[in-house]
Design a protein. Structure first.
Length: 228
C-alpha cells in the first residue's frame, strides 16, 4: 500500500455532504424565522421601508421559503442515505416485530401536544403567538401608519383620493417639499424611490401642508381582510 495515500479520504461522500447541507438549511431557517418573528406586519414594513441587515421583509420571507424547501430536500436525502439506521430504530433485526415502541409513542404524543396547544391557544404555545403579536404592536406604535393597507402600491391619483385631497393639491404640496411629480401614473413607492425615500416620506410632506390628510382609519383590520 502506498503510504502517501493512507490518510487520503474519498473525493466526495454523499452522507457527510447531506448532513452538512441539512445543518446549514436548519440554521438558516432558524435565523430567518427569528427575523420574521420580530418583524412588523407587511403593510408597516412596506410603508416605512423596514429592513433588517439590509434586507426587506419580503426578502427574508422569500429566503425562509427557499431554505424551507432546501431543508426538505436535504432531509429527504439524509433519510435516504440513512434509511437502514432509521429502520433499525423501528424494527428488530430478526423477525418483523417493532421495537422502540415507547420512543415512537412519546414522539407522537409530543407532536400532538404541540399541535393541540397551538390550535387551542394553550400556554406556552399561545405565549409564543402573543409574543409575535406584541412585536407587531410595538412596530405599529412607533411607526407611521399608511392611510390604507399597501398604499405604497397605489397610483398617485388613487392615493390622493384615499387621503382625501384633490390631485392638484397633493401635487402642489409635494412639489413644495422637493418632489417632482411629472407622471401621474407613478406609484407612491416609485415616487419615493426617485428621491431615495421610503413611501411614508411621501405622505409626511403632504401632511405638513394639509394636517388632516390621510387621518381617517383604515376600516376593518381583521385577519380575513389584511395581509401580514
Amino acid at each position: 500500500m502506498n503510504k502517501g495515500n493512507q490518510g487520503a479520504s474519498p473525493r466526495f461522500q454523499w452522507r457527510p455532504f447531506t448532513s452538512l447541507l441539512l445543518a446549514i438549511a436548519f440554521l438558516t431557517l432558524c435565523f430567518t424565522g427569528v427575523i420574521l418573528y420580530v418583524s412588523p406586519k407587511g403593510r408597516i414594513a412596506h410603508w416605512t421601508g423596514w429592513t433588517m441587515l439590509g434586507l426587506e421583509k419580503e426578502e427574508w420571507s422569500e429566503m425562509h421559503i427557499v431554505f424551507g424547501f432546501l431543508f426538505l430536500l436535504a432531509a429527504g436525502l439524509h433519510w435516504f442515505f440513512n434509511w437502514d439506521i432509521f429502520w433499525s430504530y423501528i424494527q428488530a433485526r430478526k423477525g418483523r416485530r417493532f421495537r422502540r415502541v415507547l420512543e415512537m409513542a412519546l414522539a407522537a404524543v409530543v407532536a400532538l401536544v404541540f399541535l393541540t396547544g397551538t390550535l387551542f391557544c394553550i400556554p406556552p404555545f399561545s405565549t409564543l403567538v402573543r409574543g409575535n403579536e406584541q412585536m407587531q404592536a410595538y412596530w405599529e406604535q412607533r411607526s407611521p401608519r399608511p392611510p390604507a393597507p399597501h398604499a405604497e402600491e397605489f397610483l398617485l391619483q388613487r392615493f390622493a383620493n384615499v387621503i382625501g385631497l384633490p390631485m392638484e393639491d397633493m401635487k402642489e404640496a409635494l412639489q413644495k417639499e422637493g418632489f417632482i411629480v411629472q407622471n401621474d401614473h407613478l406609484t407612491v413607492r416609485q415616487l419615493a424611490e426617485q428621491r431615495g425615500k421610503v413611501p411614508s416620506d411621501v405622505l409626511a410632506p403632504v401632511q405638513k401642508h394639509f394636517p388632516t390628510a390621510g387621518s381617517k382609519p383604515f376600516g376593518c383590520t381583521g385577519r380575513n381582510r389584511e395581509r401580514r
